[in-house]
Design a protein around this ligand. Structure first.
Ligand SMILES: Nc1ncnc2c1ncn2[C@@H]1O[C@H](COP(=O)(O)OP(=O)(O)OP(=O)(O)O)[C@@H](O)[C@H]1O
Length: 851
């Protein structure tokens, strides 16, 4: 059984005798063997412990240990001073006691100081460990492969480990471990003292007692460690449930799975409570009761032996020895807590440690790709070399001190270094270290707002900071932001996919089974095919999110496997099927690395047809996007992702059904953007709607992981009996090749949804339902189904939401303090009818979900 399976296996759902681990009353469906394996895995290994000690530094650990042992020794000297004082007073009541008290205070001060020094070294020790492991885990997680790690590990579990376990390491590791060491010394030192002063026979009598206590503790530990493992594992499950449900509330409701999920969540919480209570209460009481009884017996025997030897020992020494023994009894419970705690901290360390060994993607950068990667360099205009521009027909030159340093590229879209007498781009601003790193064959493709035109770029570079009295210089930004593109991609990206085989993680079957096709630079290619034929997988293989298993992907003569992932992925751009947004401003979402000027961001927003929406927002580009873009419609999210690409102008642009959620009117203009906003990009677009690819240069039709047809739209459409032709003449879309299976599935969903309709709509009035499933087909009747929200919760939505969607709802306020979201709708849908719900992009997504 794999580790993941074990962690996902419910530990308290069903029980059978043979499945009951350890006989400690925690019900479990994990077989005892498997639990033991997990327990073994959950325990810190010697190798791991030694490794972390060396990270925390042996020196720190040893210094802390020496300080703690010295502390106890010094405290013991305090006690001995008092004992000597009492002994002396017993012999002569008039003896001078000041010297004894002086000694006592001295040892007390020395002992307390030693505690602080010990904590200093111990703190340093654990701080090094926790900062090291935190940095390492974050780095490893950020570079973990999607298919081999993130697809297999629930988000909740990852979150649990890097939050709860990491906090445990940060806050408690040192406290618990140093506390355990202290307690071990606190126990050993008085015991050693007692055995040193008592007759040897008492030491011989004590040995069986120590043996029994040690074996009881061993049994306790053997049970409590797996219990703690169960607790941590079931806590991970509860976290997983929570995060899954929170991200898919609508789906859970739509499928009517609330009750099942509540029951599963309750069972997971129950499991973790059972494990925690059994460990924290039952096991501790079990051990403490036994050890307390044994200790009382041991104390009594020691007292009796001590009293017989009182005259030899002296009353003070005997008193101190017996008092310490008595104190030890009170320390049994805290010491157990502390020692078990230390072990659990080590378990947390072991759990987090697992993430330091997650598989990694290939290298982000290699030495070879220095010449291939793009650079973005920023320097102060006033530090730049004064430059002048000289136009020669369509061409342009940039001069420094009368010498040509830059000239326009062949396509007149950028600037490159003049061939002779120029050292490199550092001549533009000698004090800018980053310019020294830019290879001399790179081209300047943008300067501040100027992009795509050599003359405009030259104008921007030549603006002088010194002539600040002129209006033009006053308006020019104080910084020059240059973008350099490598020679590799300067004349577009030619793509050759040769016999490409690829698949996901450990799934042995290939999803792409020898795909071969070529795309000329700056061509627009549509990749079409039926659902599941491997279109998205091919885009992932191009980005090396899934690594090719065979064959090659070559861009302008360079095998993508020979370059670093970061270099490859900056050359490519993807607008995914499921648009990804971050919490933060719109500006942050468009330009997360702050590479572009506001002017370019605004232009990109305009190109993506988002300008009216952005200008309607009170904060404009500073409008805050909530978690994963929840306060934007799906279509708006897609447009934002498109605007990101307009800004970046990648050499190879990948579109994965990038406009699937955009309404037809916007779709037309966005299609226009796609066709014209990427003049230098080679484009590979996955499309289901055939009307969106009519202007494309080439079509690649995939079927079951292979290229079935290839050519211009006209050619593939003319192929008799071809897949593309069939899809085109039939339904005009590959997506609508609906199978009977899919229909059955939706009918089953409708049946369930109808039962829950009243609950889902919440405020539905007079819902008339009529579902006849006798033939497996639904008649659906809505009569005046409406929905409203209390004004307070509506306003909450409005505060966090985009204004556009709500503006449309302004007029629908009702008199009783509620806001009508869905005015009552009625309709009757016959079996076999296809009903489309339509509306412009930008409606609040949640309202649609509710409908
Ligand atoms: N993460 C994954 N792990 C394992 N198999 C996967 C994974 N993602 C996709 N697949 C499988 O790979 C095959 C191709 O999927 P892919 O997403 O590339 O299809 P597609 O042509 O893009 O489909 P659609 O048009 O529905 O987007 C499918 O059989 C799918 O089940």
């Amino acid at each position: 059984m794999g580790r993941e399976e074990k962690e996902n296996t419910p530990i308290g759902s069903k029980t059978s005798k043979e499945q009951r681990p350890m006989g400690i009353g925690v019900t479990s469906s994990v077989p005892a063997m498997a639990l033991r394996e997990s327990e073994h895995e959950g325990r810190p290994t010697l190798e791991m412990t030694l490794r972390y000690i060396s990270i925390g530094k042996w020196r720190n650990l040893l210094n802390a240990l020496v300080c703690f042992s010295l502390t106890l020794f010094l405290y013991l000297l305090c006690d001995i001073s008092l004992a000597n004082c009492t002994n002396a007073l017993a012999i002569d009541a008039s003896v001078e006691t000041g010297r004894y008290f002086g000694g006592y205070l001295f040892w007390l001060f020395a002992g307390t100081s030693m505690v602080y020094i010990g904590w200093y070294f111990g703190g340093g020790f654990t701080l090094r460990i926790s900062s090291h492991i935190h940095a390492l885990v974050v780095r490893r997680l950020l570079h973990a492969p999607i298919d081999r790690f993130f697809d297999k590990h629930p988000v909740g579990r990852i979150m649990n480990r890097i939050t709860m376990d990491m906090t445990t390491i940060d806050l408690h590791l040192f406290l618990k471990i140093s506390g355990s060491i202290m307690i071990a010394f606190q126990t050993m030192v008085p015991l050693a003292y007692i055995h040193a002063i008592m007759p040897l026979s008492m030491t011989a009598l004590s040995l069986p007692f120590y043996y029994v206590v040690a074996s009881l503790y061993g049994r306790y530990q053997n049970t409590t460690v797996p219990l703690r493992y169960c607790f941590k594992t079931s806590s991970s499950r509860t976290q997983s449930y929570l995060s899954d449900v929170m991200t898919s509330t609508v789906v859970v409701r739509g499928f009517g799975e609330q009750q099942r999920l509540s029951a599963e969540y309750a069972a997971a919480v129950d499991d973790s409570l059972k494990a925690d209570l059994t460990d924290d209460r039952l096991m501790k009481r079990w051990l403490c009761n036994r050890v307390n009884y044994l200790w009382t017996f041991y104390n009594s025997v020691t007292y009796i032996i001590g009293l017989y030897n009182c005259s030899r020992l002296g009353p003070g020494t005997l008193g101190i020895a017996l008092t310490n023994l008595l104190l030890l009894e009170g320390m049994i419970e805290p010491s157990l807590d502390m020692m078990a705690g230390a072990l659990f901290e080590l378990i947390a360390l072991a759990r987090v440690h697992e993430y330091t060994e997650v598989p990694q993607e290939r290298a982000m950068r290699t030495l070879e790709d220095t010449a291939l990667r793009s650079y973005s360099v920023r320097f102060m205009r006033k530090a730049a070399t004064p430059l002048t521009k000289r136009e020669k027909g369509d061409e342009v030159e940039v001069l420094a001190n009368g010498r040509v340093v830059l000239r326009s590229t062949k396509d007149l879209r950028g600037l490159m270094l003049a061939e002779t007498g120029v050292e490199g781009f550092q001549e533009l601003c000698p004090s800018c270290a980053e310019l020294h790193a830019v290879p001399t064959l790179h081209h300047i493709v943008a300067a501040n707002d100027a992009t795509g035109c050599a003359k405009l770029i030259a104008d921007e570079i030549c603006k002088s900071a010194k002539s600040f009295m002129t209006a033009a210089a006053f308006a020019s930004p104080p910084m020059v932001n240059l973008e350099f593109q490598s020679d590799w991609l300067s004349s577009g990206a030619r793509l050759d996919v040769q016999e490409l085989r690829a698949g996901y993680a450990e799934v042995p079957q290939d999803v792409l089974k020898g795909v071969t096709f070529s795309v000329e630079p700056r061509m627009k290619v549509a990749v079409v095919g039926t659902t599941g034929c491997g279109k998205s997988s091919m885009l992932l293989a191009l980005l090396r999110i899934i690594e090719p298993r065979g064959g090659r992907i070559v861009i302008n003569g360079i095998d993508t496997r020979d370059i670093g992932l970061a270099t490859l992925r900056t050359a490519l751009g993807l607008v995914p099927q499921d648009p990804m947004l971050f919490t933060g401003s719109l500006r942050h979402n468009l330009d997360p690395f702050r590479l572009y000027t506001d002017g370019r961001i605004k232009k990109a927003v305009e190109y993506a047809h988002l300008a009216p929406f952005v200008s309607s927002l009170p904060l404009g580009l500073d409008h805050q996007v909530t978690d994963e873009g929840g306060n934007l419609s799906f279509g708006q999210r897609q447009l934002l992702c498109l605007a990101r690409m307009v800004l970046r102008q990648p050499a190879l642009l990948l579109l994965d059904e990038a406009t699937s959620a955009i309404d037809p009117a916007t779709q037309e203009s966005v299609q226009d953007t796609i066709n014209h906003a990427f003049p230098t990009s080679t484009m590979l677009a996955v499309a289901h709607r055939l009307e969106t690819i009519m202007e494309f240069d080439q079509v690649v039709v995939l079927d079951a992981g292979k290229v079935a047809e290839e050519g211009s739209v006209k050619e593939v459409a003319a192929k008799p009996g071809g897949i593309f032709r069939r899809a085109g003449s039939g339904s005009r879309s590959f997506a609508r090749q609906t199978t009977q299976e899919v229909q059955d599935y939706f009918h089953a969903r409708i049946r369930r949804s109808l039962d829950d309709l009243a609950a889902v709509t919440g405020e539905a009035e007079d819902v008339e339902r009529d579902a006849d499933f006798s033939n497996g087909i639904a008649h659906l009747t809505f009569k005046d189904v409406g929905f409203s929200l209390p004004r307070s919760s509506y306003l909450r939505h409005q505060e966090s939401g985009s204004s556009k969607g709500e503006k449309g709802l302004e007029g629908s306020s009702s008199s009783d303090g509620r806001k009508t979201i869905l005015a009552p709708i009625s309709g009757h849908y016959e079996p076999g009818k296809l009903v489309a719900l339509m509306g412009p992009s930008g409606q609040r997504p949640r309202w649609c979900d509710i409908i």
